[in-house]
Design a protein around this ligand. Structure first.
Ligand SMILES: NC(=O)c1ccc[n+]([C@@H]2O[C@H](COP(=O)([O-])OP(=O)(O)OC[C@H]3O[C@@H](n4cnc5c(N)ncnc54)[C@H](O)[C@@H]3O)[C@@H](O)[C@H]2O)c1
Length: 347
């Protein structure tokens, strides 16, 4: 088992990573919980697969549990479901000492984390991620959110979990398309870090699952510790994301996020070759890796359409937009680009 400690200004917590890690959650929660009620928030795909064993672990350690089930998918990460969760927590009698347990992918983790951050002005939350993307990205770092009609993740809060239990056994039931989705983000980490995670991905995900998940969480941990509230360094985690978000929007959100990130990573590497002296062989190395995993290396939208979609994003800063470039694999940096010049980066 690997245990990583995340140390932020708003709290320190452990991330347990191993096959079967979810069987530790009752004991682990017993050590830190102040109350004896837990509300498991999950979705309708994960619930029949894993909620019984989690309920068993929690009740075996003396916790009362109740379960709220969302319809699966991004469409549930909205204000209506969020309010329903808050009402459910109140009706179930959770008080300030009790705990929300987020059991699912990034959708569940984000909405349950936001509910925990705001219910009674904040109660404890534990993350049990069940997708590759949520294990390696969204469950660690404390960003929680829901989507608004105007765009994704536009309402949210920073809320660090009390702990994260990553049970890599859960990946066994995860559909291939969702593994691919997670691989897009892992390739982004490989570009940012340039270390062992890149060589392990080149060697093969299947052979190195455990170590790759650990390496990704460790990279995320380091960045979050240095910049918890995304005022600077944490932006590097957005490598490839600005064009990816634009393409997701243009596709009417049918393009999966991780798949869009893979294309975005390649686009920004090609921009980095032109604008930041990144060696072309680095861009080619990542292209080869994406091809190995059946991930796209380009978008089907023109640079002009992508730039227009990015410029309309709610998270831009006035006339400027933050982009992340690489001067080589393992060395990335954020710059402010005038919206009028964006198209040149997306060529
Ligand atoms: N908070 C952050 O820092 C952060 C970072 C990245 C992404 N996100 C958010 O994460 C969300 C995407 O998360 P996701 O990719 O995990 O998607 P998801 O939560 O929608 O899960 C994908 C699908 O897999 C199913 N599933 C989950 N675990 C399973 C398992 N073990 N076996 C079988 N099926 C399973 C789910 O029911 C769902 O249908 C987006 O909303 C994104 O904005 C947040």
């Amino acid at each position: 088992m690997s245990i990583l400690k995340v140390k932020t200004d708003s709290g320190e917590y452990e991330v347990l990573i191993r096959k079967g890690a979810s069987s530790d959650i009752g004991k682990k929660l017993k050590q830190i919980a102040r109350g004896n009620k837990t509300a498991i928030i999950t979705d309708d795909v994960v619930m029949p697969l894993y909620s019984d064993s989690i309920i068993g672990e929690l009740s075996g350690c003396g916790f009362e549990t109740c379960v709220y089930v969302l319809p699966h998918g991004e469409a549930s990460k909205n204000g209506r479901e969020y309010l329903k969760i808050l009402e459910f927590l109140a009706e179930s009698g959770l008080d300030r000492r009790d705990t929300v347990v987020a059991l699912g992918g990034g959708v569940v983790g984000d909405i349950a984390g936001f509910a925990a951050a705001t219910y009674l002005r904040g109660i404890d939350c534990v993350q049990i991620p069940t997708t590759l993307l949520s294990m390696t990205d969204s469950s660690v770092g404390g960003k929680t959110a829901i989507d608004l009609k105007a765009g994704k993740n536009l309402a949210g809060a920073f809320k660090q979990p009390k702990f994260v239990a990553i049970d890599t056994d859960f990946l066994e039931t995860l559909p291939e398309a969702e593994i691919k989705n997670g691989l897009g983000e892992l390739i982004k980490y490989a570009v940012i870090d340039g270390g062992e995670i890149l060589t392990m991905l080149e060697d093969g995900f299947g052979k190195n699952v455990q170590k790759i998940v650990e390496a990704a969480v460790d990279i995320k941990r380091r960045v979050v510790e240095a910049d918890e509230k995304e005022s600077g360094l944490r932006r590097i985690l957005n490598f490839g994301h600005t064009p990816a978000h634009a393409a997701e929007k243009l596709s009417g959100f049918t393009l999966p996020h991780g798949v869009a990130v893979a294309a975005g990573v390649n686009l920004m590497l090609r921009a980095s070759v032109r604008k930041a002296d990144c060696p072309a062989r680095d861009a080619q190395r990542i292209e080869k890796l994406c091809v190995k995993y059946g991930l796209p290396v380009a978008f089907e939208y023109t640079a002009k359409r992508l730039a227009e979609a990015s410029a309309g994003d709610k998270k831009t800063e006035g006339e400027f937009i933050n982009l992340v470039l690489a001067d080589k694999i393992g060395s990335v940096f954020s710059i402010k680009v005038p919206k009028t010049e964006l198209e040149e980066y997306y060529l």
